[in-house]
Write a protein that binds this ligand. Structure first.
Ligand SMILES: [Zn+2]
Length: 556
C-alpha cells in the first residue's frame, strides 16, 4: 500500500496516499465514522454538555460497563469534580484529556463515545488487542468551571494551558500529577481552534489541525516525538475520507509555558488535536465524530504495531494551518460606494457571521445576528463559506432613517422593522422625549432580531436623521433601487424626487444622513446592499441583488 503523501493542487492531501493501515476491522476509521451516529454514547452536542451533565453521563457509562474505572481525581477552583475514566489492561499507557479550555468541547463526548464503543465490542479481535495492549486514561473536561461559564480560562482567569510551569491552577497541578503518576508513553491534548482556519494556501477550511508537540526550542526529534509524528500521520489517514484535504498542521513553535510542550519534555510525547471548521453541510457534532474515528483508528494502530506502519516524515508534509484568510461570505469583484466618497472604487468585501457554538448547537437561544467585515480590498487569497460574484455591481451601506416621538412604536414593531429591512434600512434612530427614553429603549430592545434594523434610542433632537418615518412603510413593489426609494418616500411623507437625473444620488445621500453615515469599514458590521448598475453609477433602475442586515441576508 503506498504511504506517501501526494502533494498536488496547493498542498491538498490526496486520498490514495493515506489509506488506513488496516481495513474492515472494528477499528477501521471508515467503519468508526459510519457507526458513530448509531453507537455514540452521548446524545448531546458537545457545546451543550455542562459539567453536571457530563458527570451524569460518566455515571451512566460506568453503570453500563462494570470494567470501566471511573474516579474523581481532583476538583476545580469552584470545587467541581474532575473525573478520569480508565479502560484497558495494557502496559502502554495513553493519556487523553479534553476541554482544558472550557469553550473547546468537541472532543469531550468523543472520549465517552470511544470508551463505550471499545467496551461494547470486546469480542472483536482488534478491540481485544487494543484493550490488552493499552491502558487508556481519559480526563474529559479538565476545566469544568470554564466549561460551565463557557470561557477558555479557568475560574481564576488563568489559561490552564499556559500554567504548566507556574502550576497556579488546581486543574494544571492535577494534569501534571496524573502525568507524573502514570508516566504515559503518549498523550492526546484535545482542543478546538478558530473555526475559520484554512489548510495551507488551499483556501479550504481546516476541520482539524494536528501537532506532534515539540519539547524544546530546537525541536529535537526524540523517539517519543517520532511516535507522536506517526500518530499524527495515522490521524491524517483516518480523517482524509471524512474531511478530504481538511487536515492542517498546527504551528510547532516551542511554547515554553504550555502543557503539551512540557509533557513532551518530561517524557510523555504529546499529540495535539484541534477541532476547527465544520465541513460544508455538517453540524458542529461532526467534529465530535471526527475525534472519535481519528482517536479510535490511531489507538488501534498503536496497539497493533506501535504505529510502525506510519512514516513519520509524512507529518512534515501536512500543510500548515493558515489564519485570517477565510470568511463566511466573500463578495468578489464589486465596487464600493461610500457615503463620504463620490466615486465607487474596486474592492472585494469579506464578512463573518459571529455566532457562538452554544447558539449554533441550539442550547442557547439565538441572539440578534452579529457580524464583522473581515476584509475590504483585495480578498483573492480568501476562502469562503459562500462566494458571491459581485462583478458589475456596487456595494453600499444600509440606510439610516429617523423616527420621532414615543408614538412611533406603532410602526417600529417587529413587522414594521422587517419591512424596513427589506427596504435596505439597517439603522433607525428613534428620538423621544426624555421622559419616554427608558420605555422606548425597553421597547426597542424587545424588537431586536434577525432581518430587522438596529434601533438606537435618543432624547437628542439634534440627532434626528434627515429622513424620518411618519407611518409604517409598505413592502417594496420589487427589488429595483427606485422601488425601495419609493416605499421609503411614502413612509416618510417627504418627496425624494428620485426620478430626476442625479436625484437618486441625492436620495441616497439623504438616506445615509448626509456624508456622516457609517461607511463600510474593516471590522464594521456587515449591513449593506448590492446593486447591478450596468457599469455606471447607482440609478433608479439598478436591481438590488442582495441586502444584508448585520450579516443576515434579507430575502427578496
Ligand atoms: Zn485550546
Amino acid at each position: 500500500m503506498p504511504r506517501r503523501f501526494c502533494l498536488a493542487l496547493a498542498g491538498l492531501l490526496l486520498l490514495p496516499a493515506l489509506l488506513p493501515a488496516q481495513s474492515g476491522g472494528a477499528l477501521d476509521a471508515g467503519l468508526l465514522g459510519k457507526v458513530w451516529s448509531t453507537e455514540r454514547f452521548v446524545a448531546k452536542a458537545a457545546p451543550c454538555l455542562r459539567p453536571a451533565e457530563l458527570e451524569a453521563e460518566l455515571r451512566r457509562l460506568a453503570a453500563a460497563h462494570p470494567e470501566l474505572l471511573l474516579g474523581e481525581v481532583g476538583r476545580s477552583v469552584e470545587r467541581r469534580p474532575i473525573y478520569r475514566i480508565t479502560l484497558g489492561r495494557g502496559a502502554k499507557k495513553v493519556m487523553l484529556w479534553s476541554q482544558m479550555h472550557g469553550d473547546e468541547p468537541s472532543a469531550t463526548p468523543a472520549l465517552l463515545d470511544l470508551a463505550h464503543y471499545l467496551l461494547s465490542h470486546q469480542e472483536d479481535s482488534e478491540v481485544a488487542r487494543l484493550l490488552d495492549q493499552l491502558t487508556l486514561l481519559m480526563v474529559p473536561m479538565l476545566n469544568p468551571d470554564g466549561a460551565e461559564a463557557y470561557t477558555r480560562r479557568n475560574s481564576q482567569g488563568i489559561d490552564i494551558n499556559r500554567d504548566a510551569l507556574n502550576l497556579a491552577t488546581p486543574e494544571g497541578r492535577l494534569l501534571k500529577k496524573l502525568r507524573d503518576e502514570a508516566q504515559p508513553m503518549l498523550g492526546f491534548n484535545l482542543h478546538d481552534q478558530n473555526r475559520r482556519r484554512t489548510v495551507g494556501n488551499s483556501r479550504q477550511l481546516a476541520s482539524n489541525a494536528v501537532l506532534a508537540v515539540v519539547g524544546d526550542e530546537e525541536k529535537t526529534l526524540t523517539p517519543g516525538r517520532i511516535t507522536a509524528k506517526r500518530a499524527a500521520v495515522a490521524i491524517a489517514a483516518a480523517l482524509e475520507p471524512f474531511a478530504p484535504g481538511g487536515l492542517a498542521r498546527y504551528d510547532d513553535t516551542f511554547s515554553p509555558r504550555s502543557f503539551g510542550d512540557n509533557l513532551t519534555a518530561w517524557g510523555t510525547p504529546v499529540v495535539l488535536i484541534e477541532s476547527g471548521g465544520v465541513p460544508p453541510g455538517a453540524s458542529l457534532e461532526e467534529l465530535t465524530r471526527l475525534n472519535f474515528l481519528a482517536l479510535g483508528a490511531t489507538l488501534g494502530e498503536l496497539a497493533a504495531d506501535g504505529l510502525a506502519g506510519r512514516d513519520p516524515d509524512l507529518y512534515d508534509q501536512i500543510p500548515e494551518n493558515n489564519v485570517d484568510v477565510y470568511s463566511d461570505v466573500v463578495l468578489r469583484g464589486g465596487r464600493i460606494r461610500q457615503p463620504h466618497l463620490l466615486e465607487a472604487y474596486r474592492a472585494d468585501l469579506a464578512f463573518d457571521r459571529l455566532r457562538g457554538d452554544r447558539e449554533a448547537a441550539g442550547c442557547q437561544p439565538p441572539g440578534p445576528p452579529r457580524s464583522t467585515v473581515a476584509e475590504l480590498g483585495d480578498a483573492r487569497i480568501f476562502g469562503a463559506g459562500e462566494e458571491i460574484d459581485a462583478g458589475g455591481q456596487i456595494l453600499f451601506p444600509g440606510f439610516l432613517i429617523g423616527a420621532e416621538g414615543f408614538g412611533a412604536r406603532r410602526f417600529l414593531d417587529g413587522p414594521g422593522l422587517e419591512i424596513l429591512g427589506k427596504l435596505g434600512v439597517s439603522q433607525v434612530r428613534w428620538v423621544v422625549a426624555p421622559r419616554d427614553l427608558a420605555a422606548a429603549a425597553g421597547f426597542a430592545a424587545k424588537q431586536r432580531g434577525r432581518l430587522r434594523p438596529r434601533v438606537e434610542v435618543s432624547a437628542d433632537r439634534a440627532a434626528l436623521p434627515i429622513r424620518r418615518l411618519s407611518r409604517r412603510p409598505e413592502p417594496p413593489a420589487g427589488r429595483l433601487l427606485g422601488q425601495l426609494l419609493r416605499s421609503l418616500e411614502s413612509a416618510c411623507g417627504q418627496p425624494f424626487d428620485h426620478q430626476e437625473a442625479g436625484a437618486v444620488e441625492a436620495a441616497l445621500l439623504a438616506l445615509w444622513n448626509g456624508k456622516n453615515a457609517a461607511p463600510l469599514r474593516y471590522e464594521s458590521v456587515a449591513s449593506l446592499l448590492v446593486a447591478r448598475t450596468g457599469g455606471g453609477g447607482l440609478a433608479a433602475g439598478s436591481a438590488v441583488s442582495r441586502i444584508f442586515l448585520d450579516g443576515a441576508e434579507v430575502a427578496p
